[in-house]
Design a protein around this ligand. Structure first.
Ligand SMILES: C[S@@+](CC[C@H](N)C(=O)[O-])C[C@H]1O[C@@H](n2cnc3c(N)ncnc32)[C@H](O)[C@@H]1O
Length: 161
């Protein structure tokens, strides 16, 4: 199994970026959102609480898993939000509607074949600050004032020439 953790430390997406990522994906209530490398759980929690989604996060760091599970329990979201303490490459993406990522360029390249293989038609991928090299985004959005960039991709994937 490829270990990504040392390449991608925990840096949280600001709340306005989280909201924008989930808005761009046009999440419908009941859809399944998966945050790969879920940090303190903020994307998972917002997807469930603010967008009516079912949400799951994969996170390697046990302290962050514990913290996010506590927040989920405190908000009574246990039925719709879950954190798995495992490598994100072990996630089953076959039922996922929206994948969110805030990793880096090389981690995205390792992940891309899995996204292409497992995600179903109509799935979306939203990436904070790092594009997926060979994919063509359907939308690129920049949040001000900090200048975070959000890339939206939608299946069937479109590739750069
Ligand atoms: C940049 S943070 C993003 C956190 C959150 N998604 C957000 O946007 O606020 C990346 C997270 O991925 C986790 N991570 C890195 N490699 C991982 C792996 N192979 N499997 C699961 N989690 C991983 C890190 O521990 C970190 O919490």
């Amino acid at each position: 199994m490829v270990e990504l953790s040392t390449w991608v430390p925990f840096v949280e997406s600001p709340e306005e970026v989280v909201r924008k990522m989930l808005q761009l994906a046009q999440i419908k209530p009941g859809e399944l959102v998966c945050d790969l490398g879920s940090g303190d759980g903020r994307i998972v929690i917002s997807a469930a609480k603010d967008f009516g989604a079912r949400a799951i996060g994969y996170e390697l760091r046990e302290d962050l898993v514990r913290k996010s599970r506590e927040k989920i329990a405190g908000l009574n979201l246990d039925k719709v939000a879950k954190i798995v303490n495992a490598d994100l490459l072990s996630a089953d993406l076959s039922q996922v509607d929206v994948v969110t990522i805030y990793l880096n360029t090389s981690a995205n390249e390792k992940l891309r074949p899995k996204l292409e293989k497992e995600l179903k038609a109509g799935a979306r991928v939203v990436s904070h600050d790092f594009s997926l090299n060979t994919w063509r985004p359907v939308e690129v959005s920049t949040t001000e004032p900090a200048g975070h960039t959000i890339y939206l991709y939608s299946s069937p994937w479109s590739f750069r020439k």
